[in-house]
Design a protein around this ligand. Structure first.
Ligand SMILES: Nc1ncnc2c1ncn2[C@@H]1O[C@H](COP(=O)(O)OP(=O)(O)OP(=O)(O)O)[C@@H](O)[C@H]1O
Ligand SMILES: [Mg+2]
Length: 211
């Protein structure tokens, strides 16, 4: 599904990831581990073309992805949950926010609303549907953002700290919902429960790149 070879990523001219191979096969849940600042978020963003490759090659769904035009069709099929839900949610209400992706995919308004409702129910946050996104707690925001990603019916999930800020119950619900999708995923996480529950393979990033 994803094949990155010799990936080299930089932020403002400073090397963050050097000579990294990242391969995700169907059925895999690959966890990217490493200390804060190791480049986990940078790597997830590079898979969608938000951070350009300084070197290396990237193929997604069997096709080379080099320029902006190559990445545009991935925004949807590669469902990214941002580390900060504030970067994801734009509202106005949770129901409208979650329905926005399906509407963009071309679903009729009633179908998009039904998909949003079902996704919120699956994450046990149907009660938040009418709430403005800015009036949610941090954990509620993460759940709403995840609902927005899942409502797009992605083929692969890219999850940046999906259980951050969640209580044990909400975290367990999220882990169950993610497992139930059956989707391949690349997950950045520091949460041992999340790794234990979902990881089929881990990729440890060094604190500093080797080159
Ligand atoms: N938008 C940005 N502009 C410049 N530098 C950035 C930017 N985002 C991240 N960096 C830098 O790139 C490096 C990797 O950051 P990144 O956010 O990918 O780390 P991370 O592994 O996700 O960390 P955390 O576990 O804290 O989320 C850090 O040194 C960070 O300061
Ligand atoms: Mg991060």
């Amino acid at each position: 599904m994803i094949e990155g070879r010799g990936l080299h990523l930089a932020r403002e001219g400073r090397t963050v990831i050097a000579a990294l191979d990242l391969v995700l096969d169907a059925g895999e849940r690959l966890f990217v581990l490493g200390p804060s600042g190791a480049g986990k978020t940078t790597l997830l963003h590079a898979l969608l073309g938000f951070v350009p490759l300084a070197a290396g090659t990237l193929a997604v769904f069997g096709e080379a992805r080099r320029c902006e035009r190559d990445f545009i069709p991935l925004r949807g099929p590669l469902g990214l949950l941002f580390q900060d839900p504030g970067d994801q949610l734009f509202g106005p209400t949770v129901a409208e926010d979650v329905a926005f992706g399906p509407l963009n995919l071309g679903l009729a308004p009633a179908q998009a609303a039904a998909r949003a409702e079902a996704t919120l129910a699956a994450l046990d946050i149907a009660h938040l549907a009418a709430r403005p996104v800015h009036a949610l707690s941090g954990g509620e925001q993460r759940l709403a953002a995840l609902a927005g990603v899942l409502a797009m019916a992605p083929r692969v999930l890219l999850l940046d700290e999906p259980t951050n800020g969640l209580d044990a119950d909400a975290s367990a619900r999220v882990l169950a919902a993610l497992a139930q999708t059956g989707l391949p995923m690349v997950v950045a996480s520091h949460d041992p429960a999340c790794i234990e529950a979902l990881a089929t393979r881990v990729l440890e990033l060094p604190a500093r790149p080797s080159a």
